[in-house]
Write a protein that binds this ligand. Structure first.
Ligand SMILES: NC(=O)c1ccc[n+]([C@@H]2O[C@H](COP(=O)([O-])OP(=O)(O)OC[C@H]3O[C@@H](n4cnc5c(N)ncnc54)[C@H](OP(=O)(O)O)[C@@H]3O)[C@@H](O)[C@H]2O)c1
Length: 292
């Protein structure tokens, strides 16, 4: 793999709701914050450089959330890349707040989601958010009420496409009765396939599946992965990413990194083709269930 000629376009493209088309290897920006997804990144200049390099390498799908930092991550994306190049799609999320380092609290009430969308519009410096994901269903708020709010914000032109994260098939079916859903973002990697059935469901329903922790938070490992990676002169992480891309045409991985070197390695994995035999050997490896 030549890192100088590598480009996210090698992963092919995927349509989001028949409206937007992106390369099938994106970037998850969450790591570009302080420890515990709290506050600014230690090295702001380096974080801005990672975002700019991602776009240079053909990445045109960036995942973020209002809660990363909080707010810091969306502001950083705008600082690095605004005015956004044509074709760059930014997917943000709301409904899952970050009150302190390592802490999460739900709020997917209609009032909060309305406020959250206004905040993301300002921080991203746009009139309309490309893709807005409900970060996670709120157990004390009617799921339909959260989705109806996003549908109304879409009607009002503040959101272009609606998406979900951390959901079951039942949630997806309930949401799709209210508004078209373009993608599902659940935890998934080579080593953690709990949501396999949702990957298949997305593939069969024309939605993208966006795995979070696609590298198992950088910890994917194992003998088969090592053997296949040696055969390709690649790293185990690159093979884990290539496996994900081969798993389904609906798959849109968003590996996160704060390092340009790792970013380049991850993009290079888009051109790493596994044989069917290698793919199946890797698919047969017993899974570990990861944790947030
Ligand atoms: N919807 C949700 O609830 C949810 C939850 C979590 C995450 N997310 C999204 O999913 C994205 C991806 O998840 P993630 O970033 O947490 O985990 P990940 O992509 O599975 O792994 C990122 C980790 O792997 C390391 N890494 C990346 N590339 C590497 C390489 N080539 N070699 C060695 N190490 C490498 C990174 O460290 P370095 O910085 O040192 O490279 C980082 O620690 C996030 O950025 C976020 O946008 C969503």
């Amino acid at each position: 793999m030549d890192k100088n000629t590598t480009n996210a376009a090698s992963a092919g493209t995927i349509s989001l709701g028949g409206e937007l088309s992106v390369h099938r290897l994106g970037f998850g920006a969450m790591r570009l914050t302080g420890d515990g997804v709290w506050g600014p990144p230690k090295n702001r200049k380096a974080a801005l450089a990672v975002l700019r390099r991602a776009v240079e390498l053909g990445i045109n799908f960036i995942d973020t959330a209002d809660s990363y930092g909080p707010h810091v991550n969306e502001e950083l994306i705008a600082e690095a890349l605004f005015p956004f190049p044509a074709g760059l799609v930014i997917a943000t999320k709301g409904g899952w707040n970050r009150p302190g380092p390592g802490q999460w609290t739900h709020d997917a009430t209609p009032a909060h989601l309305r406020q959250a969308v206004e905040g993301s519009l300002k921080r991203l410096r746009v009139d309309r958010i490309d893709v807005y994901q409900l970060h996670i269903p709120d157990p004390v708020v009617s799921f339909e009420a959260s989705i109806e709010t996003l549908a109304q914000l879409r009607e009002a032109g503040k959101i272009r496409l609606v998406a979900l994260s951390n959901v079951t098939q039942e949630h997806i079916e309930r949401a799709r009765k209210i508004v078209p859903i373009v993608s599902i973002q659940n935890r998934y990697s080579f080593a953690d396939r709990e949501w396999d059935y949702i990957v298949d469901y997305c593939e069969g329903s024309g939605m993208a599946f966006i795995p979070w922790f696609p590298l198992g938070a950088g910890k994917v490992a194992g003998d088969v992965l090592n053997a296949v990676s040696q055969a390709h002169g690649a790293s185990p992480i690159q093979v884990a990413l290539a496996w994900l891309l081969q798993r389904s045409p609906a798959m849109l991985p968003i590996p996160g990194t704060s390092s340009i070197e790792h970013l380049e390695q991850n993009v290079a994995a888009a051109s790493l083709g596994l044989t069917q035999e290698e793919y199946e050997r890797l698919a047969g490896v017993p899974q570990l269930v990861g944790s947030r």
